[in-house]
Design a protein around this ligand. Structure first.
Ligand code: SER
Length: 957
């Protein structure tokens, strides 16, 4: 082989991918771009874990005729995959070995009911051995050995096909279900598979090392013969057609072609390692594993690079680290990564991942352009999560060290479950991170104890489901004067504008009725007053912060649920979870920063909205009130009439324009007099402003405001405000107006969502639009009408933008009108057809005195009645029994002529017979009888029985 540098040049990662693409292109396959790693429309998966995921509807035979996949025969691509949760999870292995990743690219080719095993095997073999020129004696293949439990035979056909393309017989290995029956998840398409493995060493027969977790003998490509679907009941059902689904690990293939022993030694990871080194100044990557890895730094390099790739791709695709599902996996991944950076690279946490991200974006931008679409968004989320964890990491690690010491002294080397839960709950340490830290010291975790503590904590929080008690805790006038009388200093709350935790001294504790020196009853609501705070107390329309007060050496944790200010005293009310607090204790205060970020975005957005309202409706619009919470913002203003849709769109456009302009937000305390000179600022009459007063300005520095404003134009959103704000409008993300109503004469109320909530609102609108699209394709008008009715109820409840709702309602109206019209036409057509069946019969059978007929059309009582009335109105001397229906539902009715009645044909008997046979209900009197049922199956039998009754009746006289 040539030198590694030459190989890296010849088989650069980009070239390896390109060669794969060109090969399948030349075989007439179609390129289908990678789908998102967050599968928004498949709830059976946390992340996209294989190239085949997006084709699931094709395999299951559900593909919509309007889909881009309709009549797709064969395809290829590189799919972004994450295996860090669910059935396929490689998180624990990452960093430890040379070839597992949480994110990887999967090169794949597919046949949808087109070619099958023979071609798939030939294509892969030719590509590997003739194009990539991998020596035949380094390759091994496996085939499915069968499984009596699944009632499946060995796949000898595949074995023979490998022989015929030239695989050495001793390199063909049977494999069991675990490795040779591929399944997407607990449910979904699946089938026997055949893997191709590569021996990095060579010059030996490595068949016995295949699928034995040997880092030098690794799976490269998997060919799945998709034939079954694993149903929700666990059973295998044959798919309508047979398909090919192949997946090749891109990073592994590159390492093979570049002739290196680890995926991490390729040009995929090199630039990332270099960047890590540049940022942290740690020693260079040496590619060592396990005990040979000095100080664990190489492992840290691998973990960090892997995790950063996963995060960048997932965030670009709309993922967000949070508390549940895929979001929690992302949080675990980032927090693990952060801890590696902190511990092994000794680098301060704050903006590490966002500094590394550009290198990763650069690598992906050509093949996955979506990753490079909005880098700022990715950096912002990475920083947000990193800063949030940075706050507790140090303290958590210190506590961990204490807990670990305790465990090291115990005989079972076990970390106490309650301690592990505390790290999780109070310090945000995901369980697997604590597990990892424990295993570094050869310690175990008491999982049962952990689960117990978790359950207890959940039960406690269920008991206090809402914050009612904390919300109701108030200081009354006597309490306040008591504080004053005792010369308790007012709380210094200037730290609320910062983001870090602070430590404060407890001055007073409150039990709801009186001040006490100590609180220690767990699971009880108390109030805490300190000399200083970083919590924002509810004021100026902005909701209070939530968070925690902790005292590490007493294992005390207090959840802050509400914060109010009374005459300068900030009262933190909430629950004492465990431990105790005493007057004089020095504690750590920490507000929930993620919640605060949403509040900040909504507060700045309120200023922007106020500005937009004035720009669109005129400068005379007066603010009448506002509410800023984490979920939404609400703004009341004077205006005589409702806003037109056009104005709503204009207002949204102005707001989003300012957000996209990425304006910096400035704050400054200036004298009230000076502030009043800023012409765009209007003070609300009657409101008491402090002096100096805080000015918040979007997009323009305060100094330039005071001196330069010309008095004519509205320069930018500027307000007097003591609230908390984002530093740049970019962090608002997007603003969507969701409601516009009247709350009093001349006062309108407008609500909006921003950030994540705006994304969710947009997603709901898209989902509803898809529902309408799906309904539009329903063939049966009756079913369509039914579904539209349901959708009509739903649309009113949707929490989406006013503009989207308006458009969707219009679309709904149009569809509803169309379907009503179509139903009318259809009914008319059916009526004419039914009528001619009856008329033709009597025309062709002039002497006939009656007709019993089943009209196999959609049941319509209206049509049956109209036909019977045609006869009844003219008292026709011929009887008519009509059964109508083509599905379950059936309607029937009868007109009995006077002469038939006279002869003794009983309408009662006829209708009862029909009721019996069609399991229906019906009756009547005189000449007319009607009924309906739900069992069309017996219609023919009914026709002959009714005929008999007529015949008997008419003949008997
Ligand atoms: N779906 C198979 C796999 O993931 C082949 O693409 O291995």
């Amino acid at each position: 082989m040539s030198s590694q540098t030459e190989l890296q040049h010849k088989w650069s990662a980009a070239n390896v991918r390109e060669t794969f693409f060109n090969y399948f292109k030349s075989l007439d396959h179609r390129y289908v771009a990678s789908s998102s790693v967050i599968p928004f429309d498949d709830r059976s998966l946390l992340f996209t874990n294989a190239g085949m995921n997006q084709y699931k509807p094709i395999f299951l035979g559900n593909v919509d005729p309007h889909s881009k996949f309709y009549s797709l025969k064969s395809a290829y691509n590189s799919q972004k995959c994450i295996r860090a949760g669910g059935k396929h999870n490689d998180l624990e292995d990452v960093g430890k070995d040379s070839y597992h990743h949480t994110f990887f690219e999967m090169l794949g080719n597919w046949s949808f009911g087109d070619y099958f095993k023979k071609e798939a095997i030939a294509y892969s073999w030719t590509l590997l051995t003739k194009v990539y020129m991998i020596p035949v004696d380094r390759l091994y293949v496996t085939y499915f050995e069968g499984d009596p439990k699944l009632n499946l035979e060995p796949d000898l056909e595949t074995r023979d096909l490998w022989l015929s393309v030239g695989v050495l017989e001793s390199h063909i290995i049977p494999g069991a279900t675990k490795d040779n029956f591929w399944e997407m998840g607990e449910q979904g398409p699946c089938g026997p598979c055949s893997e191709i493995h590569y021996d990095r060493i060579g010059g030996r027969n490595a068949a016995h090392l295949v699928n034995k977790d040997d880092p030098d003998v690794l799976e490269v490509w998997n060919l799945v013969f998709m034939q079954f679907n694993r149903e929700s009941n666990g059973k295998l059902m044959a798919l309508p057609s047979k398909h090919i689904d192949t997946g090749m690990g891109f990073e592994r293939l590159v390492s093979i072609l570049q002739n290196v022993r680890s995926n991490y030694d390729t040009d995929i990871f090199k630039p990332i390692f270099e960047k890590i080194r540049e940022i942290t100044k740690v020693r260079e990557y040496n590619g060592k594993f396990g005990p040979n890895d000095e100080n664990g730094i190489d492992t840290a390099y691998r973990v960090i690079a892997d995790h950063a790739r996963t995060l960048v791709v997932a965030l670009a695709d709309g993922g967000i680290p949070n508390n549940e599902g895929a979001g929690y996996v992302l949080r675990r991944i980032q927090r693990r990564g952060i801890r590696y950076v902190h511990k092994y690279m000794n680098y301060p946490i704050e903006t590490f991942f966002s500094q590394l991200a550009p290198t990763i974006i650069e690598q992906f931008k050509d093949v996955f352009p979506e990753v490079a679409k909005n880098p700022e968004h990715i950096y912002a989320i990475l920083n947000e999560e990193e800063k949030a964890f940075a706050k507790t990491l140090d303290r958590g690690e210190k506590l961990f060290t204490q807990y670990a010491l305790k465990a090291q002294e115990s005989s079972d080397r076990m970390l106490n479950g309650t301690d592990v839960w505390r790290l999780y709950d109070t310090f945000g340490f995901p369980l697997d991170l604590t597990q990892l830290m424990a295993s570094e010291l050869q310690l175990n975790i008491d999982r049962t104890g952990f689960e117990k503590a978790k359950l207890q904590s959940y039960e406690a929080s269920k008991r206090r489901k809402d914050n009612k008690e904390a919300d109701q805790m108030k200081l009354n006038i006597h309490d306040i004067s008591k504080l004053n009388d005792e010369n308790i200093l007012k709380t210094d709350d200037s730290f609320k504008y910062g983001s870090s935790d602070i430590s404060g001294n407890i001055l007073r504790l409150f039990n709801g009725t009186s001040f006490v020196d100590k609180i220690e009853k767990a699971d009880t609501v108390y109030g805490v007053i300190l000399d200083k705070t970083c919590f924002y107390a509810e004021q100026g329309g902005q909701i209070y912060d939530t968070g925690s007060i902790t005292l590490d050496n007493k294992n005390t944790s207090f959840t802050v649920q509400n914060v109010q200010v009374y005459n300068g005293y900030v009262l933190h009310s909430g629950i004492l979870n465990e431990g105790s607090l005493e007057v004089g204790d020095k504690v750590t205060l920490s507000y929930n920063e993620l919640r605060r970020n949403a509040i900040k975005a909504n507060h700045t957005a309120t200023h922007v909205l106020n500005y937009a309202l004035r720009s669109v409706l005129g400068n005379e619009v007066e603010q009448r009130g506002s509410l800023v919470s984490a979920e939404k913002l609400r703004f009341d203003f004077s205006n005589r009439k409702a806003l037109s849709l056009d104005n709503i769109m204009k207002i949204e456009e102005i707001c989003n324009g300012i957000i996209q302009r990425e304006d910096d937000v400035y704050f400054k305390n200036i004298s009230l007099e000076k502030a009043k000179q800023i012409n765009s600022i209007r003070t609300v009459p009657g409101e008491d402003y402090p002096d100096p007063v805080r000015v918040v300005s979007v997009g323009q520095a305060i100094e330039t405001l005071t001196s330069d404003s010309d008095g004519l134009t509205l320069p930018n959103p500027v307000e007097l405000c003591g609230g908390t704000h984002v530093s740049n409008t970019l962090f608002i993300g997007k603003l969507i107006l969701t409601e516009e109503t009247s709350i009093a004469k001349g006062i309108r109320r407008i609500s909006a969502v921003t950030g994540e909530a705006a994304v969710t609102a947009e997603r709901s609108a898209i989902e509803f639009r898809d529902t309408l699209e799906y309904i539009s394709k329903i063939k049966s008008f009756t079913e369509k009408q039914q579904k539209l009715k349901e959708a009509g109820v739903l649309v009113n409840k949707l929490e989406i933008g006013i503009v989207s709702k308006h458009k969707l309602k219009d679309q709904w109206e149009l569809m509803n009108k169309e379907v009503k019209h179509a139903l009318k036409l259809e009914a008319k057509k059916h009526y004419e057809e039914a009528k001619s069946i009856v008329e033709d019969y009597f025309k062709n059978n002039e002497s006939a005195t009656y007709l019993v007929t089943h009209i196999a059309m959609q049941a319509s009582m209206k049509i049956v009645s109209e036909l019977l009335n045609l006869f009844n109105n003219r008292k026709v001397d011929r009887s008519l029994f009509i059964i109508m229906g083509d599905a379950e539902k059936v309607v029937y009715g009868c007109y009995i002529s006077e002469s038939a009645k006279t002869k003794g044909v009983s309408g009662e008997i006829l209708i009862n017979k029909c009721n019996d046979l069609l399991k229906g209900k019906g009756g009547g009197r005189g000449n007319l009888y009607q009924g309906q049922g739900n069992t069309i199956g017996q219609a023919q039998k009914a026709v002959s029985s009714l005929n008999e009754i007529f015949q008997e009746g008419l003949m008997s006289k």
